[in-house]
Write a protein that binds this ligand. Structure first.
Ligand code: 3PG
Length: 397
């Protein structure tokens, strides 16, 4: 971004790929962290006199316009936070986008409608994606530049992330740079002890990263829905808890490979149904009654996790350890976050859900060294995978 700014952007159009994929309740944004994270790059560009055209996705629409996935609430919020009007084009590369972009004055910002309303964005067919990328490049026209600032989506080989960077002079935005720099400290030589806490619902989503992390970490703490597949792999009954039966064998192998590095919950908060007002019952992790499901880690687990975290010099946390959206089952996630805040480790929170948990549970973001905007992206980075949206900027793709 600094290179682009020093070239001069006044009067130039700059296409910015941002990750504005925020959680919504109807039209209300429940956590605007990703919109806020996109501000510094956009501000630097508008202050330098660029005409900023933002492209982003929201949710996973089916490749055609769908009003429930409109970026309208996001464009509104962006305008509020920037303190200036932000126009929303009614389409991506059509007539509305052309006239919106054509009407931009220097220093103004427009948002194009959800890029995933066009099926070519996520197509596996290179030619289809390239055709959309060419239309995006043509929309901003000669002399334009592309800034990749949507870190949360750089693991996707998609038209607005990857292909468009090959059609326009490309630059890494401030957010992408910061995220990559911070995560590189974790893949390099992190200060030890290095403790990773992984939560979330599915073991299958985390198998790759667990395998990649095991040789690197001193302790790997497991919570959330995926803990039940670990407990089942140890031979315990898990009642009606979330369970990925087809992953039990893989998980047994992980347990065998991990030795004493894995830390699993020793007790749980269980309930007879998945509901905010369900009655809480603390049970031992190796004795979950057959009619109950675990919805959070229990108090002894919170203490155990706190003990492990208190000795850490580096911490990476991804995924809530319970159903934090229900206040009765948020205690475990709160306790994990608080233990990290109370410690003095270099701490990185990765993942939309854990970052949202920090904010919605009213915890101070300042207690963490870095809160990543990337969920899947930060995990794939730690797994050592090539991220197409980063590789293309480095000229490697
Ligand atoms: C995310 O929420 O992790 C990013 O915005 C990417 O979204 P996706 O998983 O739908 O590609």
């Amino acid at each position: 971004l600094d290179d682009l700014l020093s070239e001069g952007v006044s009067g130039r159009r700059v296409l910015v790929r941002a990750d504005l994929n925020v959680p919504l309740d109807g039209e209300t944004i429940t956590d605007d962290g990703r919109v806020r994270a996109s501000l510094p790059t956009i501000r630097k560009l508008t202050e330098a006199g660029a005409q900023v055209v933002v492209t982003a996705h929201l949710g996973r629409p089916k490749g055609e316009p769908d009003p429930q996935f409109s970026l309208a609430p996001v464009a509104r919020r962006l305008g509020e936070l920037l303190g200036s009007e932000v126009a929303l084009a009614g389409d991506l590369v059509g007539e509305s986008a052309k006239s919106t972009v054509g009407g931009l004055a220097d220093g103004q910002v427009a948002v194009l409608e959800n890029v995933r309303f066009d099926a070519r964005e996520t197509s596996k067919d290179d030619a289809e994606r390239e055709a959309l990328a060419a239309e995006l490049a043509a929309l901003v026209g000669d002399g334009a530049a592309f800034v990749s600032d949507g870190f949360g989506v750089v693991h996707r080989k998609q038209a607005s992330v990857f292909d468009v960077a090959r059609k326009l002079p490309n630059y890494a935005g401030g957010l992408v740079l910061t995220e990559v720099e911070v995560l590189r400290t974790l893949t390099g030589e992190p200060k030890r002890p290095y403790v990773v806490v992984l939560g979330g619902s599915k073991v299958s989503d985390k198998l790759g990263v667990i395998k990649a992390l095991l040789p690197k970490v001193d302790k790997l703490v497991i919570g959330g829905g995926m803990a039940y597949t670990f407990l089942a792999a140890q031979g315990h009954g898990v009642g009606t808890s979330l369970l990925q039966e087809d992953q039990i064998d893989n998980t047994k192998q992980l347990l065998a490979d991990a030795g004493d590095k894995l830390v699993l919950p020793v007790d749980l908060v269980a309930a007879d149904r998945f509901a905010a007002d369900a009655e809480r019952r603390v049970v031992d992790a190796d004795a979950i009654p057959s009619d109950l499901m675990g919805l959070d880690i229990g108090p002894r687990s919170s203490e155990l996790f706190a003990q492990v975290l208190s000795s850490a010099s580096t911490v990476f946390w991804n995924g809530p350890v319970g159903v934090f959206e229900f206040p009765a089952f948020a205690e475990g996630t709160k306790a994990v976050a608080q233990s990290i805040i109370d410690g003095d480790a270099f701490s990185v929170v990765g993942g939309g859900d854990s970052a949202a948990a920090v904010r919605t549970l009213g915890l101070s973001e300042d207690g963490f060294s870095h809160i990543s905007t990337g969920g899947g992206a930060s995990l794939e980075f730690l797994e050592g995978k090539d991220l197409p949206g980063v590789a293309v900027l480095e000229g490697g793709a």
